[in-house]
Structure formats: structure tokens, C-alpha cells
Ligand binder design. Sequence first.
Ligand code: NOS
Ligand code: ZN
Length: 341
Amino acid sequence: MMNSSDFPSLDFPLVDLHRHLDGNIRPQTIWQLVKKHSLDFGCESYEQLLPMVQIQKNEPNLMAFLAKLDWGAKALANLEAAEQIAYENVEDAFNDGISYCELRFSPYHMGRFFDHNLQAVTEAVIAGVKRGSKEFGVNTNLIGIMSRTFGTEHCMAELDAFLACHKDIVAIDLAGDEKSWPGQRFVEHFNKARDAGFEITVHAGEADGASSVWQAINELGATRIGHGVASIEDPALMDTLVNKGIHLENCLTSNYQTCTVPEITKHPVKAFLDAGVSVSINTDDPAISNIVLTGEYQVAQQQVGLSIAELNQLANNAIDSAFLSAAEKQVLKELKKGSLS
Ligand SMILES: O=c1[nH]cnc2c1ncn2[C@@H]1O[C@H](CO)[C@@H](O)[C@H]1O
Ligand SMILES: [Zn+2]
């Protein structure tokens, strides 16, 4: 295996387009909050907490993986905690060498155990990310997630919170239980989001098939797809992705840990590149998966077998598909190159 210090630099700054802020709560912070608020997590020590909040071996499916995120939400006893974990997310991105990241979060997922007001959670997250961006110099944007797992009404309430904070949120996403809550049930939500001028990215083709990706594009107006792994099974869909310039936000380790792909070596990211689909690699839920973005580029090279030119293509695609203006993308491309070692 290659030593990380042998790893070459990229020609582009590192960008993470698919990173759940509430799937990246540090285990140390969860433990700190458990103690501070005397929360009953049924564990006696940090060592006992760790396997509860971090993947040890891969889970049988997406929903088993997502259950790990609940403990982080159960630790958010007040809005100050939500602000803190948002701030720490920017510090983590900085430590990972990321120049620009789009952090996504679901206020209902975060606030449901303490019945926090959704707009108040959204404002706390915005404040924490702003504080972090200023301190660490990482360029950030926020994506509002509607958590489909909890049904259409809660999702509408989340959308209303994002509308109230419109100037600090660039896009709307749909995440959670893709199989039980198909995109068809959220058409009204996305009509409203698009009418308000939000960009659209949708988790699709991860736990469900290619039809879910078609639906996200045709009925929800997605210009980017979270994962989209199942697209590989449908040649007509692959053509549509290329022709419409729909971007796939791939997440290699996450897809392995949720059994979306049987082996990382079998991940279709190379097939997407070969077909001319715009695809990037991202982290998804780094603290849950126990990964960093630089490590995912190494996985892409060492396990998927991508060349340095292909890694550069992924990094360039991420910038091109970021929810930024053309001028902002240009500024980003002129920044220092991403160091992977
Ligand atoms: O890989 C994923 N696929 C689908 N949904 C996800 C994934 N990771 C996190 N969430 C969902 O996003 C919200 C928190 O940001 C939660 O709804 C969580 O279940
Ligand atoms: Zn995701």
C-alpha cells in the first residue's frame, strides 16, 4: 500500500460538496455534551460511546447506517450545542485541507429530541458556520435538508425555516429514508423551493434504483444528485446525465458502509468518468464513517484505480458544479492546490 506521503498534489483546491454537518459531530464533542447535560446514553465512558457513533464494520443497509446519526442529535440539548458543532465542522474542514465546502443539515433531525424550534436551529447552525468560516478562512455554503424519514409535514416545516433564512442557504436537499419516502411525495416542496430561487440537489439512486434519479431530475428539478450510484444500471439515464450536465456527488466509503456497493473496488465512479458524467467525490458523514476527504481521494486512487488525471478531473468537476457564481469558481480555481498528503 502506498504511503500517504507518496501521494501527489492535485492541480485544484479541495472541495467537498456533500458533507452532512449533523453527520459530522465529533465523538469527543458528543461525549462532552453527554457529561455537561447529564444525558443518559447508557454508556459509562468515551470508549463505550465510540462504537455507538462511528461505523466499526459496514452496516447491512442505509437505515442501519443512519441510526448512528441519532446519538449526535440526542446530544444537542440546546441551541448553543448546535452552534458549537456547526463551528467545529468548519474547523474539521480546515484541518482536512478543504478550501470550499457545502455543509448540509436537517433542523428537524437535529432538533427533534429536544423539540427545538426549526428556525432557531437553522439560525444557530448559520451562526456557527459563519464564526468558523471567519476564523479558519474556509469558504462555506449551507444546504438545507428536508429529512424525508419523518414525513412530508415535517419536511414542509423545515423548508419554511430555510425560507426564513433564505439569504444564508443556497440549496435544498432531500435525505433520509429513500425507499420508504419516494421523491414523488415531495413535488410540492420542491416547487416551492425552486420558486423561491433555491438550487436543488437530491439524494437519489442510493437506497433505491435509477427511477429515483429520473424522478429527482424530472419532477423535483435536481441539477445535482447525492450519490446517484444506481444510474449506472440505466444507459438512457447515463445519456441524460451527460446531456443535461447533471452532477453526481459520489461518496465512496459511505457507499461501501451502507452496502450500496458490495466493494469499493466495484464503485461505478470510474464508469461515470468514462461515460463523461460530471462526478465528484465527497465525504457524506465523515465523523460517522471515520474518514477525511483527502483519504477518499487516496481510496479512489488506490482501491478504485483512478489515475492522477482522473483525480484532477473529479476535483475540477466539484468546483464546476459547486453552488457558486462563475466568478467565485474562478477565484477558487486560483487558490492553492489541494495537498493530499
Ligand atoms: O448517506 C446518506 N443517505 C441518505 N440520507 C443521509 C445520509 N447521510 C445522512 N443522511 C440524512 O441526512 C439528515 C442529516 O443531515 C438525516 O435525515 C440523515 O438521515
Ligand atoms: Zn448524504
